[in-house]
Design a protein around this ligand. Structure first.
Ligand code: NAP
Length: 479
């Protein structure tokens, strides 16, 4: 068991999510004296927090799991192609227990501040419970999306019903039958929640600022026989994931967009629309990402799909994005999302036309009218990536006089996110366009503590206000 009074470790890992679990496994195997700290009450990171209805992988489950142990691969049965939050959390607990990793973990341990004590060559971490822990190396495994950004509507604290950001969805079941529910936000999270709860609540009102492109997830069970087949192909599956830009098992169609007829393109898209996961995005023609005309033709194809699925033409048009083409941002995958808007109990409010003015004791008010709700769900996203770094106070924020690398850190965290800070590593790197392939490969088979950051990577961060990984949630967005 961990000695909680002990102050010095060789390595402190911050975050007991997917990356943190793998880091401590590697450190334990190397015999390094290390601990993992997490502000949460238990392990799991994103899968500990996001318990909202509909939360599930958009990666194929068997490509998301750890690959470091053949034994683990052989014994774990992914029950669904895109596994849901409870099962994902069960998996992470299973891994921690199987490899006896819990003994290295400390929960309810929020790191409030950390500074590098140059005289003694060690990091000093202030924990919210009053302790100071020291170590030689810090590894940040704090996740991409761990600082939620609830909106700042006037009167939010006055609401007498229940309200929560999806990240903080309660651990106990939330009774929704017969309830009047508002969902604010139609990103990947809102789209999952709406599709899942539309037929379970009394009334659902969706407040949409901008629509997102979305396509069917096409989830389904994985039978024992299918799982046996997947196990026999794990090496091949991981090899495919390693060579694709996104780290998924989907590879682009190598034919040129203009080399095939319009009918052949449509035939491919018809097939992909029915194919599970990101196939519609990543098995597509490569020109979708590089050629505006090609992207426009494909976006129109998806828009037509939306028109075919949503009965009310005015609502359908509201659900079709106009400010970007399909796939230029990470695509939220949906299950019955568009059909939800055909239900009599579901109402779409365009808050670009009638903005939300305030939250009231009984609901909320737009410029047009007041609404009563029992539950308000804020699916309003995250302060992506840099938010988690900003949440720990670092010396550079206060000590303007420090020189060299730490000074560079102090100028603007979002510029380099820790690049070149001594004895400080993080599982995401400051990669160009986030290098999602590396990110997903990180927990797969990398045997390294140091994530190399090149000056090219550092330069990629000189534009701090950008969307992350092509998604919409914003870098450097204040909470
Ligand atoms: P998001 O993509 O940032 O979406 C937030 C939504 O809330 C947007 O529709 C946004 O509208 C809206 N919003 C934000 N502030 C608002 C305000 N003050 N008033 C009204 N509306 C507001 O966040 P997310 O849906 O949580 O997704 C974030 C990322 O998490 C995704 O890109 C994805 O990578 C990941 N994710 C993955 C899965 C999965 O399947 N594995 C599931 C969920 C999330 P605007 O667009 O107009 O800003």
């Amino acid at each position: 068991m961990i000695d909680k009074t002990k102050s010095h470790y060789e390595v402190i890992v911050i975050g007991a999510g997917v990356a943190g679990i793998y880091q401590i496994k590697l450190l334990a195997d190397l015999g390094v004296d290390a601990t993992v700290l997490d502000a949460a009450g238990d392990l799991g990171g994103t899968w500990y927090w996001n318990r909202y209805p509909g939360a599930r992988f958009d990666s194929e489950s068997y490509t998301y799991g750890f690959s470091f142990s053949r034994e683990l691969l052989n014994e774990w049965h992914w029950k669904e192609r895109f596994s849901s939050q409870p099962e994902n959390l069960r998996y992470l607990n299973y891994v921690a227990d199987k490899f006896d990793l819990r003994k290295y973990m400390q929960f309810n341990c929020k790191v409030d501040a950390m500074r590098f004590d140059e005289a003694n060559d060690r990091w000093r971490l202030n924990i919210a419970d009053g302790r100071e822990l020291t170590c030689r190396f810090v590894i940040m495994a704090v996740g991409l999306l761990s600082i939620p950004t609830p909106p700042r509507f006037k009167g939010m604290d006055k609401f007498k019903g229940r309200s929560f950001h999806t990240f903080y969805w309660p651990h106990e079941p939330v009774a929704m039958a017969g309830q009047k529910v508002a969902v604010i936000g139609t990103g990947a999270t809102g789209i999952q929640v709406i599709g899942e709860i539309a037929d379970k609540v009394g009334d659902l009102t969706v407040f949409q600022r901008r629509p997102n492109w979305s396509a069917p997830l096409n989830n389904g069970p994985i039978s024992v026989a299918e799982m046996a087949d997947i196990r026999s192909r794990y090496d091949e599956i991981f090899a495919t994931c390693s060579r694709t830009p996104g780290g998924f098992e989907h590879e682009p169609d190598r034919r040129g967009f203009y080399e095939v007829s319009r009918e052949e393109r449509q035939a491919l898209w018809d097939r992909l629309y029915e194919t599970p996961g990101f196939a519609i995005w990543l098995r597509n023609f490569r020109e979708i990402f590089t050629d505006e005309k090609a992207n426009a033709e494909f976006s129109e194809y998806i828009a037509d799909r939306i028109r075919r699925r949503v009965k009310n033409p005015a609502v359908a048009e509201k659900l079709i994005p106009r400010d970007h083409g399909f796939g230029v941002q990470r695509v939220p995958m949906e299950t019955h999302y568009f059909e939800a808007f055909n239900r009599d109990n579901v109402n779409l409010v365009d808050i670009t036309e009638t903005p939300i003015v305030e939250v009231t004791e009984t609901g909320l008010r737009t410029t047009k009218r007041a609404y009563d709700f029992d539950i308000i769900v804020y699916a309003t996203g995250f302060d992506a990536i840099t938010g988690a770094f900003r949440s720990h106070r670092h010396p550079g924020h206060r000590r303007r006089k420090v020189t060299g690398l730490v000074e560079r850190w102090s100028i603007d965290l979002s510029r380099h996110a820790g690049a070149w800070v001594p004895e400080f590593f993080h599982a995401l790197g400051t990669a160009e366009r986030l290098r999602l392939d590396e990110l997903s490969a990180w927990h797969r088979d990398r045997r390294q503590l140091v994530h190399q950051v090149t000056s090219v990577h550092e330069r990629a961060w000189l534009h701090p206000r950008r969307t992350y990984a092509g998604g919409r949630t914003t870098l450097g967005r204040p909470c």
